[in-house]
Design a protein around this ligand. Structure first.
Ligand code: ARG
Length: 463
């Protein structure tokens, strides 16, 4: 029998019953649903709306149900539309009238919003933990490989030499921003809708502050219509997950390139690679590819939710039931991706020689040669021209800038002196880039210290 059977003459159609159900998705929120009901029952008793005896029976009954679900003994009835109905029905069957009083001054509309917010807060905490773990690994690798030089790229063309640590730390900061976005999503979820009732509040003297406090919410939602129709916290979650997946997809793309024979910069561990069923020599970066591929699905979750909410009138509409599946999927996919990337980075082998050899190619010292002239008074644009002609000369000869003789330099500009010849060493070029945030050793050491500080202060515990 449906909860609204009083108004209806006919039972539900089996197809629409199944079509309209969300139990398969929302049953994961049973602990949150029970916590919400417990807080609501206690508050009803404290306010004199139900008796203390009823509240006690409700709380005890809920504990039994929670235990049964925990242990897998609870039999879910496919005819229950959602977790809220399943638990309320089981409670009423178990304890009778007190169970039927629980729904006083409450609606499934505020109940589902409360449960989802509580559940999402937990998801976000765990995502923040995984985010911090991956940043810890990036930082550890940056420290271990501090001396390793690689080509820095723009347009995927050799540009200037950088420290491998500097490149890894770039991802640290992307992920630090992801953490801030997760925190923001946490804050938008941290508001209690309970007591908004169906849409307009209620004439019962509910104490919304108390239920919000017992459930660990930072505050009470200030508008009952907004309370039951707001899903911004899920948008924020999906957006935070999407951006983070996009960041991971960029890292994956680089790991895939770096582990190719053409680059050979890294070797992924066997445990983070797969072979081919036909080509015995193959070692494929499948998991990096999979994380890259799953990015599309998470962005899809965000777009789907935006479309559910577009033009939706106030307050609750059944469309909103479509909010959870994609959001939970986005969180689960990002959590798995973060765990996967953490393991992949912790176990990868870094081939410093291959990186250094590549840094030797592609005239990575060109900017520094131009700077050499500019520091001696040549306007930079002019210096750029001079070095361009030297690069052309090298290309014709098939050599590097470091192979040119002093006479070659001096033919291009009389300002070149003997010290130019020895100053084109790749390590020396990297070492001098010590502007704040630059790739020089000293600057990167300072950056590592800053990253460590950020990581220590940006844990999920702060919330
Ligand atoms: N299963 C519903 C959902 O997930 C719960 C709220 C239903 N409320 C309603 N008035 N039909 O959105």
């Amino acid at each position: 029998m449906a909860l609204w059977s009083g108004r209806f003459e006919q039972g539900v159609d089996a197809f629409t019953q199944e079509f309209g159900a969300s139990l398969a998705v929302d049953r994961v929120m049973y602990k949150q649903d029970i916590a919400g009901s417990r807080a609501h029952a206690r508050m009803l008793a404290a306010q004199g709306i139900i008796t203390d005896e009823d509240a006690l029976r409700i709380v005890e009954g809920l504990a039994t149900i929670e235990h049964a679900i925990d242990s897998g003994d609870f039999v879910f009835d496919v005819n229950d539309e959602d977790i809220h109905m399943a638990i309320e029905k089981a409670l009423t069957e178990a304890i009778g009238d007190p169970g039927a009083r629980l729904h006083t001054g409450r609606s499934r509309n505020d109940q589902v919003a409360t449960d989802t917010r509580l559940y999402v807060k937990e998801l976000l905490r765990s995502l923040m933990g995984h985010n911090a773990a991956l940043r810890g690994t990036l930082l550890a690798q940056a420290k271990i490989h501090l001396g390793v030089v690689m080509p820095g790229y723009t347009h995927l063309q050799h540009a200037q030499p950088v420290l491998f640590s500097h490149h890894l730390l770039a991802y640290f900061w992307m992920l630090a921003r992801d953490h801030a976005r997760l925190e923001q999503a946490y804050r938008s979820a941290d508001l209690c809708p309970l007591g908004a009732a169906a849409l307009a509040g209620t004439s019962y003297p509910l104490d919304r502050e108390t239920t919000a406090g017992e459930l660990g919410f930072a505050a009470v939602s200030p508008n009952s219509l907004d309370a039951v129709s707001d899903r911004d916290y899920l948008l924020d979650l999906c957006y935070a997950c999407s951006v983070s997946m996009v960041h991971l997809s960029r890292l994956c793309e680089e790991l895939i390139l770096w582990s190719s024979s053409e680059f050979g910069f890294i070797t992924l561990a066997d445990s983070f690679s797969t072979g081919s069923s036909i080509m015995p020599q193959k070692k494929n970066p499948d998991f990096a590819e999979l994380v890259r591929g799953k990015t599309g699905r998470v962005v899809g979750d965000l777009v789907a939710l935006l479309m559910v909410l577009k033009a939706l009138p106030l307050a609750y509409n059944k469309d909103l039931q479509e909010d959870k599946e994609g959001s939970f999927d986005a969180a689960k996919t990002l959590a798995d991706a973060l765990v996967c990337m953490e393991g992949m980075l912790a176990t990868m082998q870094v081939n410093a020689e291959a990186m250094r050899a590549q840094a030797q190619k592609g005239f990575l010292a060109a900017t520094d040669v131009a700077d050499y002239l500019a520091k001696r008074g040549v306007p930079f644009r002019e210096a750029h021209e001079v070095v361009g002609s030297l690069v052309l000369l090298c290309e014709k000869r098939g050599c590097g800038l470091e192979d040119l003789a002093l006479e070659d330099f001096q033919q291009a500009s009389s300002l070149f002196e003997a010290d130019i010849v020895g100053s084109l060493d790749i390590e020396a070029i990297v070492a001098v880039r010590n502007t704040f945030g630059g790739t020089g050793h000293e600057a990167v050491k300072a950056q590592i210290a800053l990253a460590e500080e950020t990581l220590a202060s940006q844990g999920p515990e702060g919330l």
